[in-house]
Design a protein around this ligand. Structure first.
Ligand code: IMP
Length: 180
């Protein structure tokens, strides 16, 4: 598993430090509020679990599984909700937690779906923001830990073909693994 990773971008320690700082910021920004924090599965599960333990607020947690399909060039595209949240978010402050914002297509569509339920606000929190020219939406992260280049990264929840999620660090997957 480790030998498939070309280089380590962020170590376990760097991630822990960034997640802690982000949790502090979210806590300060939402003082006195009780947000609903929604993790987008599966990629966000490790980030979400570390992040919420660094958020000192009376919050609620929920999860959603959404898969995007259709024309990649269409802003906000279409997503299929495979698992919806159980929480009523009407009038609530919502923070969506994502593993990586690539084209932003999935999150733009998820945000649109959740907006129809009349929350007080929706913010986006992503572990990684991919610096790419392929963004199809003007949706941007309100909170993020790190920027990454236009490369395929794995670890700390992020997968390639369901593997590598359990790596403690975030690394760049060697091209030969996904280009045959
Ligand atoms: P978007 O709709 O293009 O922003 O796609 C976001 C989703 O694609 C993420 O939630 C990931 O599941 C997946 N993804 C995009 N880039 C990577 C990557 O470099 N590594 C692993 N998954 C990725």
């Amino acid at each position: 598993m480790h030998s498939d990773v070309g280089s380590i971008l962020f170590s376990e320690e760097q991630i822990a430090e960034a997640v802690k700082a982000l949790g502090k910021r979210i806590t300060a920004d939402h003082a006195g509020k009780s947000p609903v924090i929604i993790g987008i599965l599966k990629g966000s599960f490790i980030f979400m679990s570390d992040l919420v333990r660094n958020i000192d607020l009376d919050c609620e947690l929920d999860f959603m599984i959404a898969k995007s399909y259709g024309n990649a060039a269409v802003s906000s595209g279409k997503v299929r909700v495979l698992k919806d949240i159980d929480t009523d978010i009407a009038g609530r402050d919502v923070i969506i937690v994502e593993d990586i914002l690539d084209t932003a297509r999935t999150l733009a569509a998820v945000k649109e779906i959740l907006m129809e339920r009349n929350p007080a606000s929706i913010q986006i929190c992503t572990l990684l923001d991919k610096v790419t020219t392929k963004k199809v939406s003007d949706l941007r992260a309100d909170y993020k830990c790190f920027d990454v280049g236009d490369e395929f990264v794995v670890g700390y929840g992020l997968d390639y073909a369901e593997r590598y999620r359990n790596l403690k660090y975030i690394g760049v997957l060697k091209r030969e693994i996904y280009e045959h």
